[in-house]
Each structure stands twice: as C-alpha cells, then as structure tokens.
Design a protein around this ligand. Structure first.
Ligand SMILES: Nc1ncnc2c1ncn2[C@@H]1O[C@H](COP(=O)(O)OP(=O)(O)O)[C@@H](O)[C@H]1O
Ligand SMILES: [Mg+2]
Length: 564
C-alpha cells in the first residue's frame, strides 16, 4: 500500500487542550472510537486515540436535505463528497522524534547527535494543518507497546480495528501495584488468569492469589457457557502450590498441596481491631485488648480470653451471686476495665473462636510453608474453600500479608546492608479488593502499606475489583497499570481514571466498551491509553504460551518405522 491509500484523513484544527480535529477521507463507518492513529509530520511522528466522530456539512441545508432522492444518484454522491464530511476528534498521546529521512544528507549528522534510538515522549507540540493521519500498523504498535517477540512482552489483547497484538511488559508490570476492573461478568477473572499465566511462565515474580471463589488453582467450569476452564495448577504442576484453608479440605474433589490452619497464638490485637466493622466492635475495644495483652502476653491473650466465660457466677459466702473466677467479669474487675465492654467484646469475638481453622497448636505451620514456597520462587493459590465469608477473607488475607510484609522488608534490608540474596519479586492478587482496601480499612491492613510503599521491598498488589470507587483513593492513585472492562457507575469510572490525563475523553470510551472481553489499558504503567479486545483464555492461549506439543517422531521411532 502506498501512503495515499493508507491515509484516513488530515488535520484541520484543534490543539493540545481540546484535542485535534481530523477531516476523514474514508467512509465514517470504517473508523471507530478508540482507534489508534498516527500523524506524520517530519521530524515528529504523533500517536493518538480517536475519541469522537462527528458528522459535518459546509451548509446545514446539504445535511438536512435527502438529495439522493431528488438528484440522480451519481450527482448526489458528488454533492455529498463536496459538502458533507466526518470529523474525528483525536487525543494526542505521544510523539516520537524520527529525525530526517534516512536517505537525506542531514541524516548522518542527526544520528550522530542522537546515538540512541529515540523514545516516545508525552505530546508537547502539535502537527501542522493538513498533516496526514493514518491508522496505526503492527510496527507502530510494537514501537509504542513493545514487540511480542521480545522477552518479557506479553500479549494482553488485540486492537479493535485490525486485530494487531498489544503487549504489556511483565517486568514493568510487577514493579508497581496494578488493577483489573470492570463490572461483574466483564472478564476480570479470565483476564487475571491470562496475566497470571504470563507472570508465572515468564517468571517475572512469585504470585500469591487470595482465591476467594476457588477459581484459579484447579480446573473450573465457566458459569455462563458451562465449558471447562483450565486451572493454573493443571498447566504449571509443581510450580504452583494449591493451599486450602482448613484441614481435610478437598477442592472440587481434589486434594490441595497442603492446608492452612492458623495458630491462635498468632492472632494479635491489631488483627481483631482490623475487623471492627465486620464484628461491629465498640470504641472501648482497644482498651480491653490492651489489658488482655498486658496480663496474658501477646501470644497468650487470645486463648486466655477464649477460656473466660460470659455471665458465669458463683455464690459468695454471704449467699450473694458474684462473678465466677473463670468469668470475663471477674477478670475485668481485677484488670480494672469496664465489665460491660469486656463482656461485649468477648461475645462479638465468639465468631472468631468458632472458626475451625483457628486452632490451638495446629499440626503444621501453614503460614511459614506458604512463605517458604514463595521465597523459593513457587506460586501459591490460597483457596478459601468453603470458608468464603468476609470474616474469613479479611482475617486470613491480612494475617498472611502482614507476615509477608515483615519478611520481605527484612530480606530487602539484609540484601541492601549485608549483601544477602536479592528478594524475588512477589505479586499478591486480591479479588474483591474493596473489602480490604476501602477507606475505613486502609489504615489498618497491611494491604494499603503494600500499595503505597512496598514497591521498594519487592512486593506489589494486583487488585481485581468490580467496585473501584469503594477502594481508598490513595491506593487507586498508586496503581501503575490499570486494566478496565466496562463500567456503568459514574463513581467507578471516575476512580479508575483518577489522576490520568485526558479523563473526559476516556470516560466515554470506558462506558462504551463491549460488555465482555474488551478492556481499556490505562495508567502510567502503559505508554498511552488504548482500548483492546482481550486475549481469549482457551486452548490456543496455552498452545501459544507454552508452545504446541510437537508431533515429531522420536529418532528411535523413525528408525523403527524405516525397518532398522
Ligand atoms: N478472555 C476471555 N476468554 C474467554 N472467555 C472470556 C474471557 N473473558 C470473559 N470471558 C467469558 O465471560 C465470562 C465472565 O468472565 P469472568 O472473568 O468470570 O467475569 P468477572 O470476573 O469480571 O465477573 C466467562 O465465564 C467467560 O465465558
Ligand atoms: Mg470474577
């Protein structure tokens, strides 16, 4: 194709603040919102995104009148060509200095002054009037998003018009926390499987998945199409450890690699305070917990409080009913804390005491085993199995994450100061992240600290959520790569776009994505925003990722077939 036929239009106006306007020279229906376009204007090459299409006319009369019914068809077409047109609105995103034409005499000098290949820069100027505009080709996309041939670049989806592959760089991806958003059913879990498969295969990081709905480890069945969905354990075998919460659990009839039980001594007052909303705790809680810890120690308070009874009384020598020595009231009296407050807390904590996986002296140390696996570069999928209430999710994920945070901080410090081995990067995947990262919880859980500062300690989050507006904005603003499917709620759209340039244009694009399997790539983790058709999670995906099994005969077989 020569340049003339490739062009779809030329610049007719606009600016940096109000986007560029392009007169379209091909039929309007051949271009869609979100199309990736290139504007060439030496020495710059501009890259932009179509954010709107508008029909225009040189005179409103020509637009109003159905001239094709009044004039001969050919004449009507001629008239339309002269008077009716389409304007594109293009959000300019990046520009690249290409220097003079390589065949021109100036090129050698320019190259001498620019020994490194130029990188795309944020747009700081605009192309002139009439600069030609064309749709991006595979090479342009590779220039901006990286080539799929290069190690670490992973195809996440395809452009909507031409189906050209678009990559994310996995090494960059794990350097900051990231998010996958979209209303229920838009494909978040499927896309997360794809990303995890990429991370595990490329070994960019260890991953720990808090798998609230038992979706990621073993094979599953799709809830809408009822077709089988391959689990990560199935493909990655021993590299992936499936851990079930609670002893004796089978997940979809399969035995996990090991189970996680929590030693009651490991539960600290902060772990209970973090559950304030869930357990509906009062402001008096910290005082009571402090008194318990100072009397029984941080490893003994939980058990001691468990053994106290609410309301048990004995008769005194004078025949009066007084609190029994094993009662909460007797302890409260002796410790000088409010009896009602202590009894109230004990009552509310009964839900914790009922958890069958919180045990006195459990058989193994599941938390330690998980951490060891992650340190060894394995991947852990923690299935909540049948314990999928919010209480289970909040308590267990926070306990484990706090331990991890401590461990990775220590290992990083040892690496920096004592020259010990560099920690392996870790990505923690949290579904329904707003339960852990809402405004109220954010100050109390280890998750918000990770989102804010654990990057320097090699730990980042991958948060998966259908209600991003309920996630604390400080956490949202930390997310490098944001991948969002369709969102209907204004507040959710607003939070996904928070802190990004060109929000107005992107808002409409997000609201008009297909209801499934289409996402907008956003955030500073990607070079520029771009809507893509999600990569499909199916057997082709696995063949492409792991390499198709070769049907080639072994030498032995070949020789045998030949009669040797
Ligand atoms: N990338 C994909 N490849 C194949 N099927 C997909 C993909 N994304 C979504 N789907 C289909 O859409 C359904 C909903 O996707 P899912 O990831 O479960 O949504 P969410 O987690 O956002 O609620 C899936 O059951 C599947 O049939
Ligand atoms: Mg899901």
């Amino acid at each position: 194709m020569d340049n003339v036929t490739k062009n779809i239009g030329y610049i007719v106006g606009g600016g940096l603040k109000e986007n560029l306007r392009v007169r379209l020279t091909i039929p309007s229906q051949q271009v869609q919102e979100g199309a990736f376009v290139v504007i060439e204007s030496d020495p710059w090459q501009f890259y932009g995104l179509v954010t709107d299409l508008q029909l225009g006319s040189t005179d409103p009369r020509f637009a109003d009148e159905q001239s094709e019914s009044r004039l001969p068809l050919e004449m009507a077409h001629l008239l339309h060509g002269q008077t009716l047109y389409t304007t594109l609105e293009v959000l300019p995103a990046l520009m690249l200095d290409r220097g003079p034409d390589p065949s021109s005499p100036d090129y050698a000098l320019w190259r001498e002054q620019h020994p490194e290949d130029p990188h795309p820069l944020p747009v700081k100027t605009i192309p002139p009037h009439h600069a030609p505009v064309r749709l991006a080709e595979a090479g342009d996309i590779a220039e901006i998003f990286g080539s799929s041939e290069q190690k670490g670049n992973f195809i996440i989806g395809y452009t909507r018009e031409q189906g050209l592959p678009v990559c994310v760089n996995l090494d960059t991806f794990v350097q900051r926390s990231a998010g996958v958003f979209g209303a229920t059913g838009t494909g978040k879990s499927f896309l997360t499987r794809i990303l995890l498969a990429g991370l595990i295969h490329h070994n960019a990081a260890s991953v720990l998945v808090f798998d609230m709905h038992n979706e990621y480890g073993f094979d599953d069945t799709s809830s809408d199409t009822h077709t089988p969905v391959t689990g990560l354990k199935t493909k990655f075998g021993t590299h992936v450890r499936v851990v079930a919460l609670g002893a004796g659990s089978l997940i979809r009839g399969l035995a996990p690699d090991f189970t996680l039980e929590i030693d009651e001594d490991d539960i600290m007052p902060a772990d209970v305070e973090m559950l304030s909303r869930e357990l509906n705790l009062k402001e008096t809680t910290p005082t009571t917990l402090d008194a318990l810890v100072s009397e029984f120690g941080s490893a003994g308070w939980f058990k001691a409080f468990r053994e106290m009874k609410v309301g048990s009384v004995i008769e005194s020598e004078e025949g009066k009913k007084i609190p029994a020595p094993d009662s909460v009231a007797a302890w409260a009296n002796s410790a000088g804390v409010n009896i009602m407050a202590a009894e109230g807390l004990r009552g509310k904590m009964q839900r914790l005491y009922n958890l069958e996986y919180v045990r006195e002296n459990p058989a193994g140390n599941g938390i330690e085993e998980i951490i060891k696996a992650l340190e060894a570069g394995q991947h852990v999928i923690l299935s909540f199995y049948q314990h999928e209430t919010d209480l289970d999710y909040l308590l267990v994920s926070n306990l484990l994450t706090s331990c991890i945070r401590e461990k990775w901080e220590k290992r990083t410090n040892d690496f920096r100061s004592k020259g010990e081995a560099e920690p392996h990067p870790l990505v923690i995947v949290v579904e329904e992240a707003h339960k852990l990262l809402n405004r109220e919880m954010a100050g109390q859980t280890a998750f918000s600290t990770i989102a804010r500062e654990m990057r320097k300690y090699y730990v980042t989050l991958l948060i998966v959520d259908q209600r991003p507006s309920q996630i604390y904005d400080e956490v949202m603003s930390q997310l490098g790569t944001r991948i969002s499917g369709w969102l209907g709620d204004e507040d959710d759209i607003h939070s996904v776009l928070s802190g990004l340039a060109g929000r107005d244009a992107l808002r409409g694009m997000l609201a008009r994505l297909q209801p499934k399997e289409e996402v907008l790539l956003l955030g500073w983790g990607v070079p520029m925003p771009l809507p893509v058709r999600s990569r499909r999670y199916d057997s082709t995906f696995w063949d492409e990722l792991l390499g198709r099994k070769k049907d080639r005969m072994t030498t032995e077989q070949a020789l045998k077939d030949l009669g040797f």
